[in-house]
Every structure is written in structure tokens, then in C-alpha cells.
Design a protein. Structure first.
Length: 412
């Protein structure tokens, strides 16, 4: 609770061949022995990430990846994992071994980086071990169409210049995305309904609740936190009508019944649908529920891994609701964490969590990938509001999403 969540940090990923010095670059950048360094090729297997701060950028996550030239059946899986990292990368570092120069491996990853419009910093490492001519480096830069920063991770040479290039090329969004600041005014009361049940983490609030509270008070409004069974009494005793009530989606039905109709109501998950993803696109996916047929396949995807309770929302409740809507059996597959299926063609619908543990780039990748495959996708909060008959109220304050939902001819 005392550190910036990884999902809210700039993600910097380091790519290159085995033994190019990627892990050494990370250790030099952080001035810590974070990554294991060895002369044995392929020391780094799965992507490894480390949270740190680079001023003036602020909180970042640095991701070390396996070598692009890894071989064998296991090596191919490692390379696949390396390429998957691109889906959550905000800034890429391409490390080239100065003893060998660039090859088709660097050219291939560079092409994929540019296809995703990810800014990239080129790093020519091990310059202390090689006596190459300036014209050779110029030729490499011309070939890659990329300026190369000369470094020696062992001696520290060029690391400060590399940091300057990272700062220079780091993507900054002048228009900061908002959770609730555009929905409230200074001095407003915002009531947050936070159930405390067996699914709630012991001794703390979940990440979406923490972040919404922070956004409310950062915008000079007042956050009032209560449980669903105390909501009615809370509203009666406030002495001032709140400008907004935000609830955990699983308490939607009770909270809607206890919240007067003239008070706007939505959920943490719906707020995250637009904060991390595309609320309009996720709203479009709702109508696919009406076209599901017995035997169809549905993917339920979550951005984190957690201990599942006996009445888990993703494993139990949502499948039960969907089967009730369809009136027959549906085949469900499940994915969690950073793993997202390569082949979506077999699914008629994707139901995704709010994505609080994913950064926006990863969530937008998943939505756009599904859209490119013509597979409708919806998130937990929208689906729950839809199933419980309160969706129009839950998206009332989002005019474009409401318009999309009401105009059925625009839906899937």
C-alpha cells in the first residue's frame, strides 16, 4: 500500500541476444545486483521485472528478458515469452553485443517494436572489450535506423548517457487518464461501498479501492467508505447528498436498491474499464451474451493470480450467470496473470476482469487483439450490471457508452 503499484509504473523492457549484457545493463542502471549475470548463455529464462525509480520519470518497472537467439524447444518457449513482453512495454531498450554487432535477431525485434509504436533506445554494450571503428558504428546505426548509445555495463561507461536517453524517449501523457476526477468537483462527497467478506484481503483494501480513494482526495473531494449493509444508514447521516456512489460490482444489486435514483451510481470495475481499457468497446461486447448458444466457448480472463474462494466471481458466479442467460451449458476456459491465449478464434465471447494489475498498454492490447479477431469482449463490472438489470444506471455518466448500448445496430 506504500509503493506505486506496478500497473501504474512505466514499463521498460530490455531485449537482445543471449550474453549481450542485458542483465548487466539492468544492474548498472539500478546500481544493484538485481539480475543474475553469467558468461553462460541463456542465464535469464523467464522475463524478470524489478520496480525502481528513475528521476525525473518517476516509478518504473524494468523487465529483463530471455535472449532472442535462444534455441531448442525450451528456448523457443522462452523467446515466445520475450515477445509477449512487448504487449506491456512502454519503452524498449535494444542491447547489442559490441563484439558481434547487430544481426537478424535485432532487426526482427526492432521491427516488432516499431509495429507497436513503442519508443526504443539502442544500446551498444561491451565497448570496453572491442576496438571498432566509428564508421562501423555509423553503418550499424544506418542499417537499424537507430542511434546507439555506447556502454560498458562492467565499468559503468555510458550508463549516465543511457539514462538520459531513457528520460528523453520515455512516453509522457500530458492528458493524464482519470478514474473519477472528471466526474466530481472539489468539496463533493463520494461514497465508496467496500464489502468485507471472505474474498477481501486480510488487513487491507484491494488495489482499485485504494486508487479510487486516492483520486477522490487528490481532487479535493471527500471519500466516505462504508460496507453495503451500512450504506443506507451512511446516506441518511451524511447531511449532504453525495455526488457519486461507487460500489464493488458483487454488491451492485443491494447498493442500487439502497441508493436513491437521483444519486449517480457505478462500480470500481466499470471505472477501470475506461481507465485501463476502452469502455465503449467493452460495452459493445455485452450484446454477444444474447447470441450465445449451448455448446459455445467463452474465455474468462484475469490479469492477476489469486487464491480462489468457493464462490469465486470468475470461476463460479460469472459462468453460472452466463449459463442461466443461455439456458444451456457453455464451455469455459480460463486464463490468468500475464498469459493471454494466442488463438481466440474458438471463443464467442471474452469476459475480462477490471485489469487493475495490468498496465494500460497490456489491457489495450488484449482489447484490440480481440477486436481484430471479431471476438466480443466485456469486463466483469459491465457484465454484472447487465445481468442484474442495472447497466443503464451504472453507465449513465458515460454518454458515449450509454449511446452504444442503446443503439443495438452498432453492437456485435
Amino acid at each position: 500500500m506504500n509503493t506505486t503499484p506496478n500497473a501504474s509504473r512505466l514499463h521498460i523492457a530490455i531485449f537482445g541476444r543471449r550474453n549481450a549484457g542485458k542483465s548487466s545493463i539492468i544492474n548498472a542502471l539500478t546500481n544493484q545486483n538485481i539480475a543474475i549475470v553469467s558468461d553462460v548463455a541463456g542465464t535469464t529464462t523467464d522475463p524478470v521485472q524489478k520496480a525502481m525509480e528513475i528521476l525525473p520519470i518517476g516509478p518504473v518497472v524494468i523487465i529483463d528478458t530471455a535472449g532472442l537467439d535462444d534455441t531448442g524447444e525450451l528456448g523457443e518457449l522462452r523467446v515466445k515469452k520475450t515477445y509477449e513482453v512487448l504487449n506491456r512495454t512502454d519503452l524498449a531498450l535494444l542491447v547489442i553485443d559490441g563484439l558481434m554487432g547487430p544481426s537478424e535477431f535485432e532487426e526482427e525485434i526492432l521491427e516488432k517494436i516499431r509495429e507497436k509504436n513503442i519508443p526504443v533506445v539502442g544500446v551498444l554494450n561491451k565497448v570496453d572489450l572491442v576496438d571498432f571503428h566509428f564508421s562501423e558504428k555509423t553503418e550499424w546505426e544506418k542499417r537499424l535506423k537507430l542511434e546507439l548509445v555506447e556502454t560498458s555495463a562492467n565499468s559503468g561507461y555510458g550508463i549516465e548517457e543511457l539514462k538520459r536517453q531513457i528520460i528523453k524517449k520515455a512516453p509522457y501523457d500530458d492528458k493524464e487518464l482519470s478514474l473519477v476526477s472528471d466526474l466530481i468537483n472539489p468539496g463533493d462527497f463520494v461514497v465508496l461501498v467496500v464489502p468485507i467478506d471472505k474474498a477481501a484481503p486480510k488487513g487491507r483494501l484491494i488495489l482499485p479501492q485504494q486508487q479510487v480513494i486516492r483520486d477522490v482526495i487528490e481532487n479535493d473531494a471527500i471519500a466516505v467508505v462504508t460496507k453495503e449493509y451500512e450504506l443506507k444508514e451512511t446516506l441518511e447521516n451524511l447531511g449532504k447528498k453525495p455526488s457519486l456512489v461507487i460500489t464493488d460490482s458483487q454488491a451492485f444489486l443491494k447498493v442500487s436498491a439502497d441508493t436513491p435514483k437521483d444519486i449517480p451510481l457505478t462500480s470500481f470495475s466499470i471505472l477501470f474499464a475506461r481507465y485501463k481499457g476502452d469502455l465503449n468497446e467493452l460495452t459493445k461486447g455485452l450484446k454477444a451474451l444474447e447470441r450465445l448458444k449451448p455448446g459455445d466457448k467463452v474465455l474468462i480472463a484475469e490479469g492477476c493470480t489469486h487464491h480462489r474462494q468457493s464462490d469465486d466471481i470468475g470461476k463460479v458466479k460469472i459462468p453460472r450467470w452466463i449459463r442461466q442467460i443461455v439456458g444451456g451449458d457453455i464451455q469455459f476456459d480460463f486464463s490468468s496473470g500475464m498469459t493471454f491465449p494466442d488463438n481466440l478464434d474458438e471463443y464467442k465471447l471474452i469476459v475480462h476482469c477490471g485489469g487493475c494489475m495490468l498496465n494500460r498498454r497490456e489491457m489495450m492490447y488484449r482489447i484490440s487483439y480481440a477486436k481484430g479477431k471479431d471476438i466480443p469482449i466485456v469486463n466483469y463490472g459491465l457484465l454484472i450490471a447487465y445481468v442484474q438489470g442495472i447497466l443503464p444506471r451504472a453507465i449513465e455518466m458515460f454518454p458515449s457508452a450509454k449511446l452504444i448500448y442503446n443503439e443495438e445496430d452498432q453492437l456485435y
